[in-house]
Structures are given as structure tokens and as C-alpha cells.
Design a protein around this ligand. Structure first.
Ligand SMILES: [Zn+2]
Ligand SMILES: [Zn+2]
Length: 373
């Protein structure tokens, strides 16, 4: 509710004419209570949750080669009914938890001093406040998320969010009700520390959700504008965390990459990226083509250097396909890295008698996988 009887009143209180945005805000909000304005968030969240993931749903159903090359886990396909089930689950949680939480959390908004009046914040003021909110949320979320990966937190709460090992946009807010409540704290902390205007607060809540939907989209588009944001994690970064699943000790951060770098929780991710790019480079350059029978694999060694398992692909079919074979190899690599085992990269020639050793070790790796499941 604005404390001015008319636009002229507001202009004389400000000592200048109102900008176009301020005039529009005055006309919209003058006779509305602050509580009513705050509750707009429920509508915005509903629209964001329902509409923003839709282009990805369309792309997933289209199954066009043009988009498939950007899919992070091309082996995993979601049907329309799978995606709709996820949306229904998210909506149930929205009406039972997220919406009511918004309704009852208004006193905290009053307490921290989110304002609804004039003047409106400048573009720069909004930008810097939103940046602070993202940084605070990212840092706090990192530690809460990392904590949720302990045995108790994972089993009781966080396991639900990890049901999607290949996430989709709708799965961004898919979580246990307790996780939604707990992760509400990092979201409120920024506005509590640097309170701003209601419009900034609305923008914050909407942008944070849009960012989460993008990082769960399952597609990594090189033209995404977020590629220009320094230290931004993005879809591929968070997808790795879901892909590895419950044992994951990597990529906990929600927005940026610096926390995982500083606290050393991106080592497995960076190492497998390095290995994969080396492998792709070697495939592209064709260095193996002249060898009579070439296998490629990763042996997994324990602390004393003994081989405990290996992943191996021999030449049959290997060179004819690309990403799927690479992904099959990646499965083993990720598992080993996340278990903290040393991975040794090998190219081996069957005529040297290496293949027998490596193939027998595949069974050892299978045993590890079965044990973990
Ligand atoms: Zn997690
Ligand atoms: Zn996630």
C-alpha cells in the first residue's frame, strides 16, 4: 500500500516526476496490501515451474539429431508421460509445501524490511543485489547440500532429489519436503542480509528457479547466454552430480563452480573431463587406426598401485560409434573416481597380451557396481 493519495502526491514527495516504471508501479500497487504483493510470488513460481521447462519437454519428445548431440546423457530417454508424472509430483509439493511456505513466511519479509514503495531501485541496484543474493545462496547451498550427502541426510532426505540420475527441467524442485524447507534458508539469507525492493525480491525468486531448471535440463547448449557468466556451473556441471548419484562427492554447488574448486570437491569431475577429452582427441586424430587390434580402457588401481578393476573396449565397434561408447567407458571411470580409486589410462594392444588381463578385470568392476547398488 503506497502512502500517497495521487500520482502528484507521489511526485511531490519524491521531489521529481515519476519515471514510466514508477508510474506503472504506482498504478498497480497503490491500493494493494504489501502481503498481497508478496503473495504474487506464488503465482510467479507456479508459472516458472510450469512454463520454463516446456521447450525442453518439446525437444525431448522431438528426438531430433540436431538437439540430441547436445543431450548430456543420450542413453536416457524420457517419455511424455514420465515427464508429466514428474510435473504432477512437483505440483503436489508446490501446493502442499512451497505455496503455504510463501503464505506464512510474510512476517520474516516484514522483519527484514523488503519495501514496496517509491522510488523504485535503479537497474544497477537491482543487478548488484541479485548478484549478492546468488553468491550468498550458492555458498550456503553448497554446505547444506554437502551435508545432505552424509549417510543419514542422503537416506532420509536428499535421496528423493537424486531419483533422477538424468535430470529434466521439471525435476529441478523435485525433492523431499524437508529439503524444500531446508533449502529455503539459503534463498532467504541474501534478501535478509541486503534487503531490497519487492520487485527485486520477485526477480530473485523467479531467476533462482529459472537457473535451477536450466541446470537440470539435461541439455548443454553451447549458445546458452549463461555460458558468458564467469564461474557459472550450468547443466553439464550439475548433471554430473546426478549421474554419479548417492556416492557423489563432487559438484555440490548450485550456481557457480568456485566453491567446489576451493574445497576440492570437483576433482573427480575435472579428471574425467580431462580423460574424456583426451580420448576424444585420440579418436579424432586416428592414432589407433594402424594398430592391428587395439583396445582402450581405464584400469582402476588401489593405493598400492595394484589393478582392482578395469573398463575395456576393444576395436570391434569402438571406432564406428562415438558418444555412446564413450559414455559406457565413462560409467566405469566415474564410479572409480567417486570411490576415490586411482585411475590409470591405458591404450593396449591385444597382441601384447594385455587384453586378457583387462577383460578379466571387467568382472571385478561389475562386482563393485553390484555391491554399491
Ligand atoms: Zn546431491
Ligand atoms: Zn539437482
Amino acid at each position: 500500500m503506497l502512502p500517497y493519495a495521487s500520482l502528484e502526491d507521489a511526485a511531490s514527495a519524491l521531489g521529481r516526476n515519476l519515471t514510466l516504471a514508477e508510474t506503472l508501479w504506482y498504478k498497480y500497487s497503490a491500493d494493494k496490501s504489501d502481503y498481497y504483493l508478496y503473495c504474487h510470488n506464488i503465482l510467479f513460481l507456479f508459472v516458472v515451474f510450469s512454463v520454463v521447462p516446456l521447450p525442453m519437454v518439446f525437444i525431448e519428445c522431438l528426438r531430433s539429431n540436431n538437439f540430441d548431440k547436445y543431450k548430456i546423457q543420450p542413453k536416457v530417454r524420457m517419455s511424455l508421460s514420465d515427464m508429466f508424472r514428474c510435473y504432477k509430483d512437483v505440483m503436489r509439493m508446490f501446493f502442499l509445501i512451497v505455496g503455504p511456505l510463501q503464505l506464512v513466511s510474510y512476517p520474516s519479509i516484514q522483519l527484514i524490511g523488503i519495501r514496496t514503495g517509491l522510488p523504485l531501485p535503479s537497474g544497477w541496484e537491482m543487478f548488484f543485489q541479485l548478484l549478492v543474493y546468488f553468491l550468498i545462496e550458492d555458498y550456503t547451498n553448497y554446505w547444506v547440500h554437502r551435508f545432505l550427502h552424509n549417510k543419514w541426510g542422503y537416506e532420509k532426505i536428499h535421496r528423493v532429489h537424486h531419483e533422477y540420475s538424468a535430470p529434466i527441467g521439471f525435476a529441478a524442485p523435485y525433492a523431499h519436503w524437508a529439503e524444500i524447507l531446508i533449502l529455503g534458508i539459503p534463498s532467504f539469507l541474501g534478501p535478509a542480509m541486503v534487503p531490497g525492493h519487492m520487485i527485486t525480491f520477485w526477480s530473485w525468486i523467479a531467476l533462482r528457479q529459472i537457473e535451477a531448471i536450466e541446470t537440470h535440463s539435461g541439455y548443454d547448449f553451447p549458445w546458452s547466454p549463461t555460458k558468458y557468466i564467469p564461474f557459472y556451473g550450468g547443466a553439464e556441471y550439475h548433471d554430473y552430480h546426478h549421474y554419479v548419484g548417492g556416492q557423489s562427492q563432487s559438484n555440490f554447488a548450485s550456481v557457480f563452480t568456485y566453491c567446489d574448486f576451493l574445497y576440492g570437491t570437483d576433482k573427480g569431475y575435472r579428471y574425467q573431463k580431462k580423460l574424456l577429452s583426451k580420448m576424444k582427441e585420440e579418436l579424432r586424430s586416428g592414432v589407433w587406426k594402424d594398430l592391428p587390434f587395439v583396445g582402450v580402457g581405464a584400469t582402476i588401481c588401489n593405493g598400492s598401485g595394484a589393478v582392482v578393476a578395469a573398463v575395456f573396449r576393444h576395436s570391434t565397434g569402438f571406432f564406428s560409434t562415438n558418444s555412446r561408447e564413450l559414455l559406457a567407458l565413462r560409467d566405469g571411470l566415474l564410479l572409480a573416481l567417486e570411490l576415490g580409486l586411482k585411475v590409470k589410462w591405458v591404450k593396449c594392444n591385444a597382441s601384447m597380451g594385455v587384453a586378457g588381463l583387462v577383460v578379466s578385470d571387467i568382472r571385478a568392476l561389475c562386482k563393485v557396481i553390484i555391491k554399491l547398488n
